[in-house]
Design a protein around this ligand. Structure first.
Ligand code: FAD
Length: 337
């Protein structure tokens, strides 16, 4: 396996707090890598309420989940954090030299002087189809929330799901696949009117098949669905694409020895450090007396955690507090000099 990436700081989670953590570290001249299980930044703000308004970000009377993520990305850009998307951090272990070795589901390894767990309510991963033995087909004939649909050109594809992503996927596939069938557990959708209308038009025109039912067996080529009247239908296919939504899984963090309290990592309120020196926890994932799961609280935690980290990354160095308004050094770092 390739040599681990050495870094001053590794941030687990690119939600709003992980992004602002990277910014605060940048002001203290600590470079970082950020890993997220999702394909893009924003955490809950993008995955759960991208288009909904937020009214309690200081100095920002109104924004949306998606716009807040964009602003945070723009703010942190001068510090060039290195993102690793679509990877879940699975292990964390102290090394003899006191650094922390972390590995991801994609086989990436990091050797970090400091770690920031900004994991929110867990890694967002696609919900799986509940059929025994189906996992073995993942990546060959079964795909969850695929990034690109190109590979399905000319194929017979079944799409399972009833939300906007499922409908948009089925609609897009009709333009390139040989045959597309949408399977949903009921004839009703939790989706935009426009997507539902487009889907119904394609069905009426014979370009898309629609079946009400739930997957009940799959052998890699034949999907059996069970309909509401308890009959079964076999659908032969080249590919099964499932878009059943994404949900957070705390996953491996529960195994890292942090003695979780109600699935949250206890921290102090001076540095937001866990019981493991050099491992900080910020945002929704942490807990302390008075904890509130709000973005503004996560921003404060991230600010103090980066000062805690600076003491480890630059041992013995006195670090003065500088204002972004007036510090020429900070202007240089921010690229506004
Ligand atoms: P998250 O946003 O949860 O991001 C954590 C990220 O870490 C995720 O992207 C996840 O995939 C990743 N991750 C976790 N574990 C791993 C791992 N092992 N490996 C790789 N990646 C991992 N707050 C407000 O302040 N104001 C509001 O108006 C507001 N409205 C809300 C509305 C809704 C509907 C919801 C659900 C929440 C709302 N919140 C609001 C709460 C706010 O969204 C959270 O406090 C905030 O998202 C927490 O940010 P975070 O960065 O700590 O975690």
């Amino acid at each position: 396996s390739p040599a681990p990436i050495e870094t001053d700081a590794l941030i687990i989670g690119a939600g709003p707090v992980g992004l602002f953590q990277a910014f605060q570290l940048g002001l203290l001249e600590i470079s970082c890598h950020i890993v997220d299980a999702l394909p893009a930044a924003g955490g809950q703000c993008v995955a759960l309420y991208g288009h909904k308004p937020i009214y309690d970000i200081p100095g920002t009377p109104v924004t949306s989940g998606r716009d807040l993520a964009q602003s945070l990305l723009q703010q942190v850009a001068p510090f060039k954090p290195q993102f690793h998307f679509g990877e879940q951090v699975s292990t964390l272990a102290r090394q003899p030299d006191d650094r922390l070795l972390l590995t991801t589901s994609a086989g990436t390894a990091f050797l970090a002087k400091t770690v920031f767990i900004a994991a929110g309510v867990g890694a967002f991963v696609p919900k799986r189809i509940a059929v025994e033995g189906i996992a073995q087909f993942e990546g060959s004939t079964l795909f969850y929330h695929p990034d690109s649909l190109d590979r399905f050109a000319g194929q017979t594809v079944v799409v399972n799901g009833g939300d906007d992503v499922a409908l948009e996927t089925a609609i897009a596939l009709t333009a390139l696949a040989r045959q597309v069938t949408l399977v949903h557990r009921r004839d009703g959708f939790q989706a935009d009117e426009a997507n539902v209308a487009a889907m119904r038009t394609l069905v009426a025109d014979g370009k898309l098949a629609f079946r009400v039912g739930q997957p009940s067996a799959f052998d890699g080529r034949l999907l059996q669905i069970t309909t509401p009247d308890a009959t079964t239908v076999d659908l032969p296919l080249d590919a099964l694409v499932a878009c059943l939504g994404i949900s957070p899984r705390l996953g491996p963090i529960a195994d890292w020895g942090f003695e979780l309290e109600r699935k949250q990592v206890p921290v102090d309120t001076e540095k937001y450090e866990t019981r493991e020196p050099g491992v900080f926890a910020v945002g929704d994932i942490n807990t302390y007396p008075g904890k509130k799961k709000l973005i503004v609280c996560g921003f404060h935690e991230a600010t103090l955690a980066s000062w805690g980290a600076a003491a480890r990354v630059f041992p013995g160095k006195a670090i003065p507090l500088q204002y972004t308004t007036t510090s020429t050094r900070l202007h240089e770092l921010l690229g506004v000099a």
